[in-house]
Write a protein that binds this ligand. Structure first.
Ligand SMILES: Cc1ncc(COP(=O)(O)O)c(C=O)c1O
Length: 415
């Protein structure tokens, strides 16, 4: 702890010296729930333990994988000097062509989708006067963290209806009554944590509704799992979005660039404001981390510029999808309907069991999560609305089926 005399000794004489230790009243935050589970898993000595908690693709040996083509890129060849504030132009263009139908205006290379979201939301809050947001939950928990850090007031609505389907009726109802502009975050595909995606019809309905209410509603699309369901489904969704909106793209999962923090922020909307929008975004980036790192963007640019490497990458992604589909199939068969059918229709890394399907005594206070860890060494994430399971953490269909039966026996209520 800093002693007052010590502070005084090192301060110019005309500087204000606080009366008391400035760190005395700091708030105490609990550790991040999901990252904390990863730490507990690491320290768990049981051989039979299973990690189904993190949002990371692991192979059947439980190892985090990076697609082979990315391991072949030598980043020592990348430029050494600073990138521009808004990053590598070729990287942004190639991402647009391959994953976004070439329809978007690139805004900036970002540090994963986390910073793309932060950047768009901070821009809207500081420069466009939008201070309210709507989040349909369950959602990626950090949306709330980012919105709170910027100062948004947030309204939470339910994402799932009682049949386990994605629901936008409540969202449209609330939006039709708002007076002040609001942003709405939605996920393009392979929804985290539910695996339940909006249908093309729902996207179209949302888009048409916002068109009628623009500029009261600003959409922000979060696109983190490209390749974890057939890409044509995601491309179809993006074609339906004609309203002005931002899109935040990530290469963390599909290129294994988690730690290289690689993504991009894009915009669709009136081009007459584009220069001023990108100017504001550059202003935010310059005062945050000044300019982005090169490695991940360099690797993506190399792979996407080389047709042979690109096709090997896409083949590897197809093999992840096939494995996840067979795990999901085996897992879902352990349950009775309607739960079995709901799980079968989920996409991507996650399976989600809504809390209405959990035994009543396990619905609150992470009881289901803790029972699974303590009795079985199986790590899942229990959110307010239910249990999230990363299927990739299950070795093979046999083990997925076994885990399903165990859940059915001890966690899921009789259906
Ligand atoms: C839905 C969603 N959005 C954003 C992120 C952030 O990803 P990153 O910042 O690594 O791109 C994640 C990561 O799990 C996610 O699942």
């Amino acid at each position: 702890m800093l002693k007052k005399t010590m502070v005084e000794n090192h301060m110019p004489t005309n500087t204000f010296v606080p009366e008391q230790d400035p760190f005395l009243d700091l708030p105490v935050f609990p550790p991040d729930e999901i990252l904390n589970l990863a730490e507990r898993y690491k320290n768990d000595p049981r051989k039979s333990k299973k990690n189904c908690s993190l949002g990371i693709y692991v192979n059947q040996d439980g190892k985090v994988v990076q697609p082979q083509v990315f391991r072949e890129i030598d980043t020592k060849l990348a430029q050494i000097e600073y990138l521009p504030i808004d990053g590598e132009d070729k990287f942004l263009q190639l991402t647009n062509e391959v994953f976004l139908n070439g329809l978007y205006h690139p805004c900036a290379q970002t540090l994963g989708s986390s910073y793309g979201l932060r950047l768009a939301l901070e821009f809207l809050f500081r420069f466009a006067g939008i201070t309210q947001a709507i989040v349909q939950t369950p959602a990626w928990p950090n949306y709330l963290g980012i919105l709170d850090a910027i100062g948004y007031s947030v309204k939470k609505l339910d994402y799932l209806n009682e049949n386990g389907n994605a629901d936008i009726t409540q969202l449209l109802e609330v939006l039709s009554q708002i007076r002040k502009p609001v942003c709405v975050i939605f996920q393009v595909g392979c929804h985290n944590p539910t695996g339940v995606d909006l249908s093309p019809q729902q996207i179209k309905e949302l888009n048409d509704f916002i068109l009628r209410h623009y500029p009261k509603v600003m959409l922000i699309a979060d696109f983190c799992y490209a390749g974890f369901r057939p890409l044509n489904l995601d491309l179809e969704v993006l074609k339906l979005l004609s309203v002005p909106h931002f899109l935040s793209f990530s290469y963390s999962k599909n290129a294994g660039l988690y730690s290289r923090r690689t993504g991009g922020l894009y915009f669709i909307g009136p081009t007459d404001h584009l220069d001023r929008i990108t100017g504001c975004l550059r202003k935010i980036i310059r005062s945050t981390y000044s300019s982005p790192p090169i490695d991940g963007a360099y690797m993506v640019t190399q792979v996407l510029s080389n047709p042979e490497m690109k096709s090997r990458w896409f083949e590897e992604l197809a093999s992840y999808r096939e494995r996840l589909t067979s795990l999901r199939q085996a897992f879902s068969q352990a349950f009775g309907d309607p739960l079995s059918g709901i799980i079968k229709n989920q996409n991507g890394l996650f399976s989600f069991i809504h809390k209405s399907f959990l035994r009543e005594e396990l619905r609150e206070s992470k009881k289901a999560q803790e029972l699974l860890i303590e009795r079985h060494g199986i790590y899942t994430v229990q959110l307010e609305d239910g249990l999230r399971i990363n299927l990739a953490g299950l070795k093979d269909p046999n083990s997925a089926s076994e885990f399903g039966l165990l859940l059915n026996d001890q966690i899921v209520r009789p259906i």
